[in-house]
Design a binder for this molecule. Structure first.
Ligand code: FAD
Length: 328
């Protein structure tokens, strides 16, 4: 028997789709060990997020709406989350940047065991065993939480998110805001600048076109038209981000985002182990690189040995032509 608290991920007053992965993982746990699921939605001006959270049909939705949470600083949010988490056996959130930042704080406050980036759970005896990839996806670790309460980060790319539905509902309860301690004084949020993009979020994208460092100043010029033809998000290697050719939030890999699209097109990407760690869950990988020995071809389902300066415009033209004639 385990009572689970799922921390809702709220951005600009809306519940991010990533929350659905943590709720789906809570359901998996309950198939092994029954209990209740509560979803905590915290922030300010979050009516839309609360509405969406009730659509998961959890046992209850707990709401903390307070002006002090408006800037999203986790120093302000952690004490409230930790207090609510004390009443639950397991606290879950998706292992997004939000979850990776918040969950260790909660584990520390509760003196609880923490499993980060978890993909699977099984039952062993009377306990739960959590499985997660380590060493850039080259090995699996199995962990058991020995403390009375536990904290688990759920790897979104490996747990299909549950979608909220208007046919499901949960009772909503307001819980009080817990004022933060001195840590809050040390942090000032100067501005919140959401990334505005027509393209799908990398974490949710069904198709991704990603580029390496050698695309240099032509990074977007070459990739944008192809991505538009495919309705794809754009991603990058760390080398492309470090080189200043792509913004850091597009980085895919071990120290970037882990993605699981149906289609991943790697353009001028050598296939370093740290990059590959972020794309192993892609269903179909297409690699375009001029070096036939590039390691990415060992992983790719389809490989094209070509100069991207020639291949990408040509591919884009063919796709556009196919679409125009109704074949794509
Ligand atoms: C601790 C650690 C963490 C890391 N985390 C990440 C991570 O999260 N994500 C990540 O991506 N990397 C990460 N890295 C870096 C990683 O090791 C590689 O350095 C990086 O992925 C290489 O990026 P790249 O493929 O763009 O560049 P390169 O390895 O230099 O490859 C460039 C490729 O472009 C091809 N090419 C060049 N010109 C053309 C052309 N005209 N047409 C076609 N092909 C062409 C080349 O043949 C080559 O295959 C990490 C490294 C460390 C040490």
């Amino acid at each position: 028997m385990v009572d689970i608290l799922v921390i809702g991920e709220v951005s600009a007053g809306r519940l991010r789709r990533a929350t659905g992965s943590a709720v789906a993982f809570a359901e998996r746990i309950h198939r092994l060990s029954p209990g209740t699921t509560s979803i905590l939605v915290a922030g300010h001006g979050i009516a839309g997020a609360v509405d969406a959270a009730t659509g998961f049909g959890a046992d209850r939705v707990l709401v903390v709406d307070h002006p002090a949470l408006a800037d999203g600083a986790l120093e302000a949010l952690s004490p409230t989350v930790a207090r609510v988490a004390k009443d639950h056996g397991l606290t879950l959130a998706t292992a997004s940047s939000f979850g990776k930042d918040l969950l260790p704080r909660i584990a520390a406050r509760l003196d609880a065991g923490y499993v980060a980036d978890c993909s699977e759970v099984t039952a062993e005896g009377s306990g739960l065993v959590f499985r997660r990839a380590i060493f850039a996806g080259n090995a699996w670790e199995q962990s058991r939480i020995e403390t009375p309460r536990g904290v688990v980060g759920v790897r979104q790319s490996e747990v299909t998110p549950l979608e909220p539905s208007s046919t499901r509902a949960s009772p909503v309860t307001t819980v009080p805001y817990e004022p933060p301690g001195a840590a809050r004084q040390r942090v000032e949020v100067l501005a919140f600048e959401p990334v505005v993009s027509e393209r799908p979020d990398l974490a949710d994208a069904r198709a991704i076109v990603a580029g390496g460092r050698m695309l240099r100043e032509r990074f977007f010029e070459l990739l944008e038209p192809l991505a538009s033809e495919l309705g794809a998000a754009i991603g990058a290697t760390r080398a492309a981000c470090d080189g200043g050719w792509a913004p850091q939030d597009l980085q895919i890999g071990q120290t970037g985002k882990i993605v699981a699209p149906d289609l991943y097109v790697a353009v001028g990407i050598s296939g370093a182990i740290q990059h590959v760690a972020g794309i192993r869950q892609a269903r179909v990988i297409v690699a375009i690189d001029r070096d036939p020995e590039a390691p990415i071809f060992e992983l790719a389902d389809y490989g094209l040995v070509a100069d991207f300066e020639v291949a990408i415009p040509e591919l884009t033209r063919l796709l556009a032509g196919g679409r125009a004639s109704g074949r794509a």
